[in-house]
Every structure is written in C-alpha cells, then in structure tokens.
Design a protein around this ligand. Structure first.
Ligand SMILES: Cc1cc2nc3c(=O)[nH]c(=O)nc-3n(C[C@H](O)[C@H](O)[C@H](O)COP(=O)(O)OP(=O)(O)OC[C@H]3O[C@@H](n4cnc5c(N)ncnc54)[C@H](O)[C@@H]3O)c2cc1C
Length: 423
C-alpha cells in the first residue's frame, strides 16, 4: 500500500480536479498532492468537444486545461489511467481498479459524470451499435469526428445544449442533421420559451430538421449499425450516425457505497465538504446546498466546478472561502454566444430586451419585479452587469427593462431585501 505523507488525493482529473490540485498548492498545502484520473490524457476542457474541436478548429493541445509543466511546477503528481473503485473511510484508503491501494489524509472526489444511456427498442445494450455515439470525453469526440462527413445524415437525440451544439457543428461541416426532442421545445429544462423558439428557428434556418414533442420509438440496425430512427410521429429518419445527448449521470458509485451519497449526487456544503471531515467533493458529481437559493442543486457547468474546487482548496488549506457564486453557463452555436446566469425556476414572466431577429438580445426572468435570471445572446456586456447584480436581490422596473434607451446599469437596483443575502 502506498501512503501519501500528509497527502491530498484528488480523484477525477477534469475541470474540478485539476483546479483543486493547483489551488490547494497555491493555497499553501505543503504535503503531497496526487491527481488521479481514469483518462490517459493531460486534463482537458470539455466545452470545445462539441464546438471548436468537433469543427476541427482546435487540436488536442489547445484543449489542455493547463500545460503538463504547470502540474510539475505545482508539485502535483498526475496518475493517469487509474480508476477508483472503492473508498474505505475508516482506514482512509482507496482501492483502484488494478487492485492497488492508496492511503490518504484528505480525499477529494471530482469524478464528474457520464452520459445517460440511450435505451430503446432495437438497441442491444450488451452490443451497442457502432455508430451510436455519446459526447463526454475526447475519445467520444474523436469517434464522432471520424464519422462526420458532409454527406452523412446525423440524428441527434436530445435538444439540450450538447445536442444542439453537436447539431450546429455537424451542420457547419455540411452534414444533414435531424434533432429529435421529446419535450415540446428544445432547451426546455434550462431556458424559457422565447429562447427555445429562437434557437429552434436559428437551427431551422441553418438547415437542421428539428422535431419537438417527438420521441424515438425504435431504431433499425443492419450489421451492427443504426440505419434508421423511427419517431413517435411516425417519421422514419435515415441515419449514418446517431448522437445521444439526453443528460448525464453523476459518477458516484464509490461514494454511494461508502455512505457519502444518495442517487442525486454527493451532498456538499458551501465549502465543498461532504459528511466526512476528511473528504471534499466538487463538480458535476455533487449535490450542493447553495446559500443563495437555500436549497440543494446539482449544477453541470465549468464555472461551478471551478468555484467548488477553489472553495474546497480554501478549506483544506485552512483559509475557508465559501462558494456563494451565482450559477452561470454558456453555449456556443453558429455565430451565437449564449450566456446565462441565475436560476429561472419559479419565474412568472420573461421579458426581452432587444430584438431576437437581430441575433443580439436578452431574456430576463422575473418573479414579480424581482430579477431571477438572464439569458444573454451575443450581449456579453449585459450579461456581466446582470450576473454581478444577481448576487444580490435585484428589483427592476419591468417596462423600462424592455426599453433599450434606458441603460441597463441604471435599472439593476439592489433592493433592501438584499441585506438578507438571498435573491
Ligand atoms: C460536450 C460538452 C460540452 C460542454 N459545454 C459546456 C459549456 O459550454 N459551458 C459549461 O459551463 N459547461 C459545459 N459542459 C459541462 C462541463 O464540461 C462540466 O460541467 C465539467 O466538465 C464538470 O467538471 P468535473 O470536473 O465535475 O467533471 P469532468 O470534467 O467530467 O471530470 C471528471 C473526471 O473524472 C474522471 N473519473 C470519473 N470516475 C472516475 C474514477 N472512478 N476514477 C478515476 N477517475 C474518474 C473522468 O474520467 C473525468 O476525467 C460541457 C460538457 C460536455 C460533455
């Protein structure tokens, strides 16, 4: 058994793990830091996988979160191709898939998630079709890229961010694209109706066939490949490849077995602490109690992974800085940069500032006159102003919000209620 002297063992070398390792060293962690991950590449950014990388506009080197030398400089030991399978909290050890055991002083679980499997009639889960793809890893993106040609017909199952970004990139490469979405509109889980309709029209103008309110009933396979997707509206869509983007499952099996997590993720507080004082967790695998909203949230975004990782590092280094950041996210499709901040759940109206036809506008989500969230399309300035304001409780004059002659910063008035710290 290997013992890490005063060692911090970080499991999962993605956005959260890489950030935590470097932040812990910068924060003064004096002992060993081992960053262990089951992939065999230097920790890389996932967002470009559905965007620049799929389009061939970024190579593997450009994806690296930081150069390999940055880990050496921070004395972070990278252990690649190593998979955690079990945690013994009493002995403070972890077991790896190859049987090796490591003893830790502090453990950080940053294992992210994996794509939700696409199950339907015609798909043999034991022998999945060779042209059925998911998109989470570099290897997944390479598989899609190798199958994407201008004459290919791509069927994307799921009209969420990943699905729509793949659709935009595939169109950019000249492929024929059909998106099949079971909900009544694309982005139904994350955006308001106006923004969904805007994205549907943008994709249709770009030549993507968007089928909403339509499920996949079955697929037809020949020689281990899907050749057609049969939809609930009776349509048979021929397919050269199928990309399923139907959500994510957190990688929490070892944490569940160790009594640290239930189904939805590993519960953590604002310092990314789990129920075990020696274990923190950060990123897509966590269910965090968010002080701004006073409830449990599982957020799947790079900014969240980074903020939680920094909070975890601050606590491990004895200089606690809780994470109270406003959730935010971005998505790039065609020439459109969508940036969203806040949580729109519970809004009773959505107002637009700017004209969607100009491809530059904001959707503001409100409860009464209290601002909850923003979706900004090609409006980085408005996004930044609003994101900052959302950290407080903001009340707005809704009529003026739609009037572009009134500067936004004059409208974002912090209400007296903000002293409670709750929006
Ligand atoms: C295609 C795509 C596009 C995206 N676009 C955006 C975007 O535009 N904006 C945005 O904010 N977010 C985006 N996201 C989401 C963002 O990438 C995630 O929220 C972020 O990667 C979460 O970081 P993480 O460290 O929690 O998980 P990950 O980055 O997934 O890292 C987890 C790592 O842990 C490893 N691991 C898992 N289990 C084990 C184990 N048992 N042992 C060892 N290692 C293990 C995994 O292999 C992985 O390397 C996108 C995601 C995808 C897939």
């Amino acid at each position: 058994m290997e013992t890490l002297g005063n060692g911090l063992l970080i499991v999962g070398a993605g956005h959260a793990g890489s950030e935590l390792a470097v932040a812990a060293r910068q924060g003064g962690w004096a002992g060993r830091i081992v960053l262990l991950g089951d992939e065999c590449v230097v920790p890389y950014q996932r967002p470009p996988l559905s965007k620049a990388y799929l389009l061939g506009k970024a190579d593997v080197e450009a994806l690296a979160l930081r150069p390999a030398t940055a880990y050496q400089a921070a004395r972070v030991e990278l252990l690649q191709g190593a998979r955690l399978v079990a945690i013994d909290r009493t002995a403070r050890t972890v077991t790896l898939a190859d049987g090796a055991t490591l003893r830790y002083d502090k453990l950080a679980l940053c294992t992210g998630g994996r794509p939700r499997p696409f199950v339907c009639e015609g798909i043999d889960a034991q022998h999945p079709p060779t042209n059925l793809f998911y998109l989470r890893t570099l290897a997944d993106a390479d598989g899609i890229r190798a199958s994407l040609s201008p004459d290919a017909h791509v069927v994307v199952v799921g009209g969420g961010y990943v699905g729509l970004e793949v659709a935009a990139s595939a169109r950019g490469l000249g492929a024929r694209v059909t998106v099949v979405e079971a909900q009544a509109r694309v982005l139904a889980r994350v955006a308001g109706t106006e923004v969904s309709r805007f994205y549907e029209s943008v994709h249709r103008e770009a030549g993507v066939e968007i089928l909403t309110g339509t499920g996949v009933e079955r697929v037809t396979c020949e020689d281990g490949r899907i050749v057609a997707v049969h939809c609930s509206n009776g349509q048979r869509v021929p397919a050269d490849l199928v990309v399923a983007g139907i959500g994510m499952l957190p990688n929490i099996e070892a944490a569940v077995a160790a009594g640290l997590a239930g189904e939805g993720g590993i519960p953590v507080d604002e310092l990314a602490r789990t129920a075990d004082p020696d274990i923190v967790a950060a990123g897509d695998n966590t269910l965090q109690h968010h002080v701004l909203y006073n409830r449990e949230l599982r957020l799947e975004s790079v900014p969240n992974a980074l903020e939680q990782a920094r909070a975890a590092a601050s606590w491990l280094c004895g200089k606690p800085k809780p994470n109270h950041s406003v959730p935010w996210f971005w998505s790039d499709q065609y020439d459109l940069k969508l940036q969203m901040a806040g949580l729109s759940q519970g809004h009773d109206r959505c107002v637009l500032r700017g004209d969607p036809a100009s491809r530059s506008f904001c959707a503001f989500y409100l409860q009464g006159n209290r601002l909850l969230a923003i979706d900004a399309i090609n409006r980085p300035g408005d996004f930044m102003l609003t994101r900052r304001a959302l950290a407080q409780s903001v009340v707005v004059d809704v009529e003026q919000l739609t009037d572009e002659t009134v500067p936004l910063k004059e409208l974002l008035v912090i209400s007296a209620a903000s002293t409670t710290g709750k929006p």
